[in-house]
Design a protein around this ligand. Structure first.
Ligand SMILES: C[S@@+](CC[C@H](N)C(=O)[O-])C[C@H]1O[C@@H](n2cnc3c(N)ncnc32)[C@H](O)[C@@H]1O
Length: 260
């Protein structure tokens, strides 16, 4: 199951369909929340930063432009990595933003390599969160900064928000923010600071609902061929997610801390 989930997640986020629904930045709040995270981490020129689960490179490229730091993006999806490298070169920051294929639960970097590690909207999808948190801490230099933004949930969620589709949509294995904090603390990250941004998730879900309707219509009219997508299931999931956000069962939060 763990391997299936990881591969399925990487494959989905490489697809044109994911891009159609989410744009280039695959997390609630987009680059506005990335900037907030970068500020909380105190990023600046000369710092070396690891972006774990870097997707198509939007965050890494932005961080080099906004803060002048050097960023290595690591993602499980080979196509994501290829596209991220091409986009960094196109943006003229290929010397600052690099990308490689890797797994958050077993990073290739040596111990104590980075001044900061960030991970946006992906920790919730890692089947072995304890191991991923330990990897973040391992590759951070002493006193290095860790920043994460992620989906948070209450423990009792409706059945529609379980299962593989919900896992890939970052919902099924999202955890309460205090549980994320617990993994980080256990890995040696201290002085944890938490900030909630549930409104960013509400906005994203609303956006996705609109785009799903548009994509279904285009597919029905055969204007854009979209194969292998079960629109009924996807719309049901989006509706259940929207109800859960409204009732406070799903949310979004930033967590920042420092390696001891
Ligand atoms: C919701 S997207 C977030 C992407 C990016 N951080 C962003 O905010 O735009 C989740 C990403 O996690 C990557 N991913 C999933 N499991 C991974 C793992 N074990 N190691 C590295 N990347 C992983 C997927 O390929 C996908 O790009």
């Amino acid at each position: 199951m763990n391997g299936d989930v990881k591969t399925c997640c990487a494959t989905f986020y490489e697809s044109d369909f994911a891009r159609m629904l989410l744009g280039d930045s695959f997390h609630p709040g987009g680059l506005r929340l990335t900037e907030r995270l970068g500020e909380k981490l105190g990023l600046r020129a000369g710092m070396s930063v690891l972006d774990v689960a870097s997707g198509k490179g939007e965050t890494a490229i932005f961080l080099t432009q906004r803060f002048g730091c050097e960023v290595l993006g690591v993602d499980l999806g080979e196509e994501n990595v290829r596209q991220a490298m091409a986009r960094a070169t196109e943006a003229g920051v290929g010397h600052l933003a690099r990308f490689e294929r890797g797994d958050a639960e077993g990073l290739g970097a040596p111990d104590a390599t980075f001044d900061a590690v960030l991970c946006e909207c992906a920790f919730c999808t890692f089947p072995d969160k304890r191991r991923a948190a330990a990897e973040f801490a391992r590759v951070l230099r002493p006193s290095g900064q860790l920043g994460m933004s992620d989906l948070t949930r209450e423990l009792d969620l409706p059945a529609e928000l379980q299962g593989l589709l919900a896992w890939v949509a970052c919902i099924a294995d999202a955890r309460p923010v205090q549980e994320y904090a617990g993994y980080l603390k256990a890995a040696g990250i201290r002085d944890l600071y938490i900030e909630t941004h549930d409104e960013a998730l509400a906005e994203m879900v609303l956006n996705i609902q609109g785009k799903l309707l548009g994509a279904e219509l285009m597919s029905r009219l055969q204007k854009i061929p979209i194969e292998g997508v079960d629109f009924a299931k996807a719309k049901q999931l989006a509706l259940a997610a929207s109800d859960a956000v409204r009732s406070g069962k799903l949310g979004y939060a930033l967590v920042v801390g420092q390696r001891a």
